[in-house]
Structures are given as C-alpha cells and as structure tokens.
Write a protein that binds this ligand. Sequence first.
Ligand SMILES: Nc1ncnc2c1ncn2[C@@H]1O[C@H](COP(=O)(O)OP(=O)(O)OP(=O)(O)O)[C@@H](O)[C@H]1O
Length: 648
Amino acid sequence: MDYEYHPISIEDYDDETIRHEQTRTPTKPVPLELMEQNYMRNKNQSSFDRLFLRRLFRILRLLFSPSTEGNVIKIWLFLICTSLLNEVLVYIVGTIPSRFYTVLVGKDFNSFKPLMFYSIVIVICAGLGRSFVRFIGGLFAISTRKVLTRNLHCKYLNSNNSSTFYRLLNFRTDVDNPDQRIAQDVENFSEKLRLICQEIIITPVLIVYYTYKTWTLSGYLGPLIIYVYFIVGVISSRFLIVPLVNLVFMKEFHEGNFRFLHARVRQFAESIALSWGEKAEYFQLDSFFKNLLNYQRQIIDRELALEALTGSFAYFGSILSYLIIAIPVFVGDYDGIEKDKLSGIISMNAFLSLYLIYRFTRIVEQSTKISDLAGYTARIGQLFEVIEDIDDNIDNVDVNYTFDDLHGAELTIEFDHVSFTSPSGTPLLSEFKFMIEQGKNVIIMGPNGSGKTSLLRVMCGLWPKTGGRMIRPISNNQQRVLVYLPQTPYLVFGSLRDQITYPMVNDKKMELVSDEEIRSLLARVNLSHIERIVETFDSRYGADWDKMLSPGEQQKLAFARLFYWKPVFAALDEATSSLDSNTEKQFFEICKELSITTITVSHNKSLLQYHDKVLLLDGKGSYETSDVDINGSENIVRWIDGTLRSFS
Ligand SMILES: Nc1ncnc2c1ncn2[C@@H]1O[C@H](COP(=O)(O)OP(=O)(O)OP(=O)(O)O)[C@@H](O)[C@H]1O
C-alpha cells in the first residue's frame, strides 16, 4: 500500500473518515486549538456507549488472556477469595454486639471471658482481611499497569515495523500525547479499575444469594421492586456520566500538553534563559494551566450532580425496604401471625432487602469512578486502535535485500521513479531516478526547505512516497548498512559506552566494547579529554550530556559512534556543521579509510572535495545531478551556483 498526502481540513473530519483516512494519508500538523475542537466535536470518540464497551472488553481480554505475563487471573481469583472471606468476617463482627448484649443481660461471667477473647481474635482478623483486600487490590492495579504499559510499549517502539512511533508522532493528528496515555492514563485506569473491582468484585455472588433469600421471605414482589429501583438508578446516573467521560478525556489531553510544556522548559533551559524568555514561558504555561483547571472544575461540578444523585439514591434505598415489608403487612399476608413472630419476620425481611439494596447502591455509587474509567478507556483504546491502524497500512512496495543476496557485489540504494511531497502537499521530488553506489560519496544540496532531509526520511522508510519504489539493502546481525547523523546529535540517557554503542541492545556491552576500544575511538575523534569528565565509561548521566558537551563535541561523539559501527553508508545531515575544517577533513578521511560511503546533506561547498557525486534539489519536484570533478573544482562550483540560480 502506497501512502499519499491529502491534507485534510479540520472541517472534513468526521467520525468514520478520520481513522481510515489518516492511516493512508498523513496530514500536516493540526494546531492544538483545532485538535481540541475536533475532540469536542467528535465526542463519540470518548463516549459511554458500545464503543466504550468494545474498548473496555478489548483491554480486559488482554488483561485476562491466559498468555498474559502479569498473573492477572491468579490475582483476580485471590481477590475474590479474600473479599469473600472478608465479607464473612465482617458479618461475624456484626453479630458480636448482640452476643455481648445477651451475655451482659444474663450476667454470665463464664461466657463473657471466652466471648471477649473470641471477639478480639475476630476483630483482628477482620482488620487483617480488609488490609489484605486492599493489598491484593494494589497487586491487581500493578499487574494491570504492567500488562497494558508493556503491551503498548511493545507496539509503540518494538513492533516489526520499527517506525510505528514515528508515524504516530508525526502523521497522526487524531491522537495527542501518546506518552501521557502510556505513562499516566494507564496508571489512572489501573487505579480506578482496582477501586471499582475492590468494591463490587463479590457483588454478583451476594446479589444472587440475597435475591433468593428475599424472594423466599417476601415473594417475587420484593426482588422485583429492588431490581426496578436499581435499573432506574443506573439509567439516571448514565445521563450524568456521559458528559463526564468526555471531560475526563479532555482534561487528560490538557494534562499531557501541560507536562510537555514543562519538559520543554527543562530541555531548553539555557536557550530560554539566554533569551530572557522566562516571562513568555510563564505566561504560556499559565494559559495552558488555566485551560487544564477549567476542565478540572467542570469535572467536579458534574461530579457534584452525580454524587447528589447516587447519594439520594442510597438513602432512598433504606426507605424502599420498608415499602417492601409494608406490602405483605397491609395486603394482609401476615394476618393471623402472632405479634412477636411478626416482628421477627419484619426485622429479617428488612435486613435482607436492605442488604440487597445496599449491594445495588454500591454499584450505582461507583458512577464517578466509572466515568473516570470510561475517559481513560477511551484514551488507551484509541491509542491501541491507531497503532494497529498504522501497522496495517505500511508501505510495502520497496524491495529490501540483504548482504546474503549480494554474493559479494557492491551495495547500492536505488530510487526508482520515486515521488514524494511535504506533509502540506507540496511536491518535493517527482519521478526521482538515482543510484547511490557503495564507495561513491554523494552530497545533496539545495535551498532551505527543498527536501534534502526529507529525501533521507524517505530513503529510511520514515516518510511515505506518492509513487515509485526503492531498492535498498537492510542490515543484518554482522553489519549495519546505514547510520544516520543529524545536525544535533541524539545523545542517549545513559553512559559514555551507551553513547558510542547506541542503538546496541545488549547487557554485555562492557565485554563487547572494551575500555581500550572506547579510548581509541575517543582519540580518533579528538575527544580523549572527556574521559576526565566522566566518572567511568559506565556512569549514567541522564539528560546532562547536552550540558556536558559543546555542540561541536557532541558532533564528534556522534562520529565516534559512526566509527564504532563502520556501516556501509552514513547519512550525514549537516552533521559536521559545528566542526572546524581540519576536523571535518580528518573525519571524511577516516570514513574513506573505514569504507563508509557518505550521503551528505550540506550547504557548505568546501565539502565537495570529499564527494564523488552532487545532487541538487529545487524543492519543487525537480533535481539535477553531476559528478564532482576534483580537478575542476571551480567548474563544479560554477555549475552548482548556476543551477541553484536557475532553480530560483
Ligand atoms: N513534520 C513536518 N510537517 C510539515 N511540514 C514539514 C515537516 N517536516 C518537513 N516539512 C516541510 O517539508 C519541506 C522540506 O523540509 P526539509 O527538512 O526536507 O528541507 P531541507 O531541504 O532539509 O531544509 P534545510 O536546508 O533548511 O535543512 C519544508 O518545507 C518543511 O517545512
């Protein structure tokens, strides 16, 4: 399936088209306000209906699948058993006062002592029972979080199609803040689910039991009235839950933006401070925060109405039990029964129906938690759907070959009539026919925004094409085909050894890459002095790498990574922009020595001397190519200047 760019205007968004359209047609970024409007308009994305149930069942299926690693089923069964035991203990504790009453009225000291001992033991057990229910509830929440987060992580960053997260972050305008959804919404979901389950896990068993008991004492009318009462409660609370679900969804959207903004202040602290930008940041953060508070306030307003309804519902339940008892009394069913016996029947009846009603009110009382749960379910469910949608629609027209297919021949990356556009629909290259050959360095030049970096994105399979195909090699375990170095290197959240070996995934890095090897790589890129800055090669410096090294040193470290991997091709996207010309020369010479073919993006004509071919892009779809003739460097510069002038 080939991707096409068809920018969709926000007006075109409707429920059904969004998901399907956007999978095939990545759109230009949507401003935050429009995204918010879009969410508000498509409230059924976060509704409390069949979609909610479908998403919830999907999540529950994942949690309770026997192959799931989190032991959720075992913990769930354990929670049921502990809750039942706790219920029995609570019941026994409830009988203690009447037993004391009998013993005290009869002044029976002999029975008082064992009763006191028994009561102490039972009360301690009941206390322990309650704590255990909470403890196992906590384990349940952890397992839920573990299963959901790991599953999402796996789909987001560890799927067969390695660019799922990139497409999600760059092309999907229908999903905000995936990081917030994975980190925060899943946790909130797990916590709400635990609270609801803890409250009502054994309710079905108790309801069946007490329905039967009430039926035998008061006939079918008692349970029937209670069931009607419950259904009315559920239906009326549903009306108040529906708007709450969307508010919770929206609040989390703003929560995500707010956190992201704070993270950016941290990341760009120096740039902000050097541009005296504190006030601007303060006002921006404050306006985001106000938005967030606005939703939080709307939620508690709505919750007040919901709480008032469920509270009144609970109190009404206690009166209802007397109505149930009154019916047989006034209809005359109990006529002829002695008064003493009648009061016993009435009190038993009252107890049973009250208990049944209490169980139902506990369910209705979960309404606010259920509305939160529905909001989080919408956010997590939507993320699952979009990720799968991306994976189902991967561009698969390209031909990938491995080293084994080559039988010793040279590697090439071939663009076969490739066309692509920018996300806003501007054609950047049309019918592009070009071959990058092993051993022949290529330099890509052109005006700003002409699509040089985008060509590398297409080459690496990140951006979709509107036509054509590529024939390209893929890495195997022994040899990496391509390493990409951007202008601002990506420094990982780890140690010096991690910086050099990135993206190696191996706990045995220390054995695979010796300290000597690191030292020699550092020496090759003139960075030996950073050995003095770090404690050890394995001390982790988190986000501090950006501060510890100057931009030029960061670029040098990126080259150390390149020289460690020795790939066949290196895409150097302005990767030497902060280096002095001697270092630049030295690095291109090392690339040659290590047989690394460079695909360089640069505006710097002094780099021409290290390349064999030049590719000029005009940013409107056309391109020109030429061999770089070192002997006639003035000629090639003249040709480039002339061609670039003709482009504009
Ligand atoms: N994520 C994006 N969303 C929307 N437009 C984008 C995105 N990324 C790039 N573009 C647009 O695509 C066009 C090509 O961008 P690209 O980064 O490839 O240009 P470039 O030739 O590398 O520019 P420069 O010389 O400034 O580095 C630009 O007009 C840019 O605005």
